[in-house]
Design a protein around this ligand. Structure first.
Ligand code: GLN
Length: 577
């Protein structure tokens, strides 16, 4: 067992240079790698488990980074339907990624970007580009070694970023498409030295009511499958609804060839932020550092403990309506749901969500739909389906002094609604919904100053889907004495974007004269980033996605203030009422 040294961590690395020098870090220490695979079935929470392990290692003073390797063929999830795939998470550098990267950022301090998410499509794209360029000198290009080498190279890209690199393999062991990834991580251990790599396998241990006991067979089969491709897991995370007894752990250990203390109960929890503590109680972080031969300080989990206490004891409760398209599958609003939850935590309030299908929201139904909510939120989205319903929701919030938060498309909706019903521009529209609109208050900006490339950017309707999006972090300057400035308490912020259409400055004057406030804009002033209304409890729309930067330890200021306003609207309704 490694011993603990206060506030320092020492990674005991081998002195010999690993093959290809890949394990070597700049400071002379070996980078350690943890590969996380999943078995039995999907949706066991591999992404959360990876994020929680990252949090535990950080609590011991280690630096971590995380990577997701996704076996699907799409080059990135940017064009994937949120119904099928869940939310598209966007990083600061503008990469459209899998939603698990959202978990990673919410649980750890890792700063993620384009090197943190690779798909089969991205790997093949790169190999085929090299082949066309003649890099393989006429050789036959094959899954092994070319694809597997490319996968290993993508993992190695992170070697210098942290003490420990956690790599989550998407999908379930046994899927045809994940084979090249599993082969690559199998080889990886030999490449960087076996003392620098561990494999953690997440499986299911179901309780079968009729038998009155938990069953270990699915885990045995899943490990057998993994071993058949040459990977012997070092640690098993057993997802279950109850703590596993010593006997059950011994049985799993025996059949799966791991030590007893490497069988960890991954018990269901009420709230995802309890996972690091549950893992710690099971001895997971101790086992990891023992196997990787790392010396660290004792874990400091006070902030997680404090968070869980707060989660368990809310004082108030409020209800927020989310008016959108993907209401049947809340996974597509993952970061949004979490950000609202974080905002609630800061205000000692439980936040109940009411998902409202914008397509079926008629003027007559607004009242009954919203009479029990304390705030209305219109999230991001694409396409015209349900647009008019969202307009009705924004109008209802504006006219009834209900706190309103419009995010990306939600801000555009608020602008169109205000233009039509307050500024008197009856046929105002977004050019995304009506290309022929005589008053496109939201439109495709042909030319604008781009703060990322520090150059003039151009775009038009002919540019291909995806290529024209404003993606990733952009700076925004805030006006003093506005809701936005009060929330952020600073003049300059940076937030993440994912959209094509923009506020049309031709209408700025008339809208401002009618009472709309532009409280945030790009430093050059040409891109409107935040709008709000005077004489309203709290009405704000932002062109960016603040939900991507909210975490339980640092709730996003806009969500915190939106919840605060909703709390006011509810007259501070107590949880007991
Ligand atoms: N569809 C809108 C646009 O492209 C908004 C996008 C979004 O909400 N992410 O501008």
């Amino acid at each position: 067992m490694p011993f603990c040294i206060a506030s320092v961590c020492v990674i005991k690395g081998t002195k010999k240079k690993a093959k290809g020098g890949m394990a070597e870090r700049m400071n002379g220490k070996d980078t350690k790698y943890i590969f996380i695979t999943g078995g039995v079935l999907s949706s066991l929470g591999k992404g959360l488990a990876s994020a929680a392990i990252g949090a535990l290692l950080e609590s011991r003073g280690l630096t971590v980074t995380l990577q997701k390797l996704d076996p699907y063929i799409n080059v990135d999830p940017g064009t994937m339907n949120p119904f099928q795939h869940g939310e598209v998470f966007v990083t600061d550098d503008g990469t459209e990624t899998d939603l698990d990267l959202g978990h990673y950022e919410r649980f750890t301090n890792a700063k993620l970007g384009h090197n943190n998410n690779f798909t089969t499509g991205k790997i093949y794209h790169s190999v085929i580009t090299k082949e066309r360029r003649g890099d393989y000198l006429g050789g036959t290009v094959q899954v092994i070694p070319h694809i597997t080498d490319e996968i290993k190279n993508s993992i190695r890209l992170l070697s210098k970023d942290a003490d420990v690199v956690l790599v989550e393999i998407g999908g379930t062991v046994g899927d045809i498409e994940s084979l090249p990834f599993l082969e690559a991580i199998r080889q990886f251990r030999a490449d960087v030295g076996k003392e620098n790599v561990i494999y953690i396998h997440l499986t299911l241990v179901p309780y079968i009511g009729t038998a009155g006991e938990v069953k270990t067979k699915p885990t045995q089969h899943s490990v057998k499958e993994l071993r058949s491709i040459g990977i012997q897991p070092d640690i098993l995370l057993c997802r279950t609804d109850r703590f596993l007894s010593k006997d059950i752990k011994s049985k799993i250990a025996l059949f799966c060839n791991v030590s007893n203390d490497a069988v960890i109960t991954a018990k269901d929890v009420d709230c995802i932020y309890e996972v690091p503590l549950v893992f710690h109680q099971e001895g997971l972080d101790n086992k990891i550092i023992e196997l990787l031969n790392i010396w660290t300080r004792t874990p400091r989990l006070e902030s997680w403990e404090q968070l869980c206490r707060q989660i368990k004891n809310p004082v108030y409760r409020i209800k927020i309506a989310i008016v959108g398209k993907y209401v049947d599958l809340t996974e597509s609003y993952k970061s949004l749901n979490e950000a609202l939850y974080h905002g609630g935590l800061l205000n000692n309030s439980r936040v109940d969500l009411k998902f409202v299908d914008s397509e079926s929201l008629a003027e007559e139904t607004c009242h009954s739909m919203f009479n029990d909510v304390d705030g209305i939120l219109v999230p991001g989205g694409f396409g015209s389906r349900g647009f008019e319903g969202k307009i009705r929701a924004a109008r209802f919030a504006r006219e009834n002094n209900i706190p309103f938060f419009g995010i990306c498309l939600g801000m555009q909706v608020a602008v169109v609604e205000f233009a039509r019903n307050v500024a008197g521009i009856e046929d105002a529209h977004s050019a995304e919904m009506d290309t022929a609109s005589p008053h496109p208050v939201i439109y495709l900006m042909k030319e604008w100053y781009d703060e990322q490339s520090k150059s003039i950017q151009k775009r038009d309707t002919a540019s291909d889907k995806g290529g024209t999006m404003r993606l990733g972090a952009y700076p925004c300057h805030l006006q003093k004495a506005t809701l936005a400035h009060m929330a952020y308490e600073k003049d300059d912020i940076s937030e993440r974007h994912r959209h094509r259409f923009e506020f049309n400055n031709e209408y700025r004057d008339v809208l401002e004269k009618s009472g709309m406030v532009v409280s945030g804009a790009s430093p050059q002033g040409d891109l409107v980033e935040i709008i709000e209304l005077k004489d309203h409890l709290w009405f704000l729309g932002c062109q960016f996605h603040p939900e991507f930067k909210s975490s339980p330890m640092n709730p996003h200021p806009l969500f915190a203030d939106f919840i605060k306003a909703a709390l006011e609207k509810s007259d501070h309704r107590c949880i007991r009422d």
